[in-house]
Design a protein around this ligand. Sequence first.
Ligand SMILES: Nc1ncnc2c1ncn2[C@@H]1O[C@H](COP(=O)(O)OP(=O)(O)OP(=O)(O)O)[C@@H](O)[C@H]1O
Ligand SMILES: [Mg+2]
Length: 300
Amino acid sequence: MSGLGESNGEGRGGMSTRVRIRTGAAHRSAAVTAASNGHHATPPEAVFDADEVSVLYGGKKALAGVSLRIRRGQITALIGPSGCGKTTFLRSLNRMNDSVPGFKLEGRVLYHGHDMYAGNVDRVEVRRRIGMVFQKPNPFPKSIYDNVAWAPRNLGMKPGLDERVEKALRGAALWDEVKDRLKDSALGLSGGQQQRLCIARAIAIEPDVLLLDEPASALDPIATASIEELMHGLKGRFTIVIVTHNMQQAARVADRTAFFSLDASSGEPAGTLIEFADTETIFGRPADPRTRDYVSGRFG
Ligand SMILES: Nc1ncnc2c1ncn2[C@@H]1O[C@H](COP(=O)(O)OP(=O)(O)OP(=O)(O)O)[C@@H](O)[C@H]1O
Ligand SMILES: [Mg+2]
């Protein structure tokens, strides 16, 4: 199995040796290589390191100069008013925006110290390692089993497929509800069940990271609670980045919270990162008055 690709590019630490970047041991070896060159390597706990990331759509800036570090094994929440670039930022973490006409990214996104936008990055491998769940559940018109088995089959992970499907459905807190009807269509599930199925589908290949874009926004409080519960269960096994409009949800699930807002100080308004800190700090004693206004409901 290959890593994300090979790089001789200049990482943040100015790595000059060709390194194969993977997660786990290989990413540690990249750090060791960089360190042995006398350079400062990305700390091992950083899964993503966004460095002055700006995004343009057709020349119009949607996101301006975002620098933020996502730590391994944690839940990071992205909050902020509509249109401030949360989805744009999230989708920049697994190159989902690449197919959007006119999309351009400036700055750098490092994944385990490796430039995600380097020319030699294998995009299939990116999707393999960085799973995504969207706001609206989008199960395939297939059976429950085949939805979860789809990605493992595509990646040739056929041995032990039944166990893998069961493990993913258990991980997504859906197993007990569907174990007797695995061959039924996924489209017959409720909205909350479909969303958990999409999470099961994403975790079936055991990615390194799970990106969730408002996964509970269309769900009732009970389904929302079960999604939150499963996030707690997945924490540690996966690094999770979640966009949410629900501040109570961010406060309940996230270790760290990033507040984005629109800023017009350099002309056209563009989304920018206002403050990023421990969740208790963002909700309890934020440093920026704009964060304070937002989390107290005075804005947005
Ligand atoms: N595919 C696209 N083409 C052109 N502009 C886009 C595209 N996607 C997003 N934008 C623009 O980028 C800006 C940020 O949008 P984005 O969807 O990232 O915001 P958001 O914070 O996720 O908002 P919401 O909370 O409403 O989901 C908006 O001005 C939006 O119109
Ligand atoms: Mg959005």
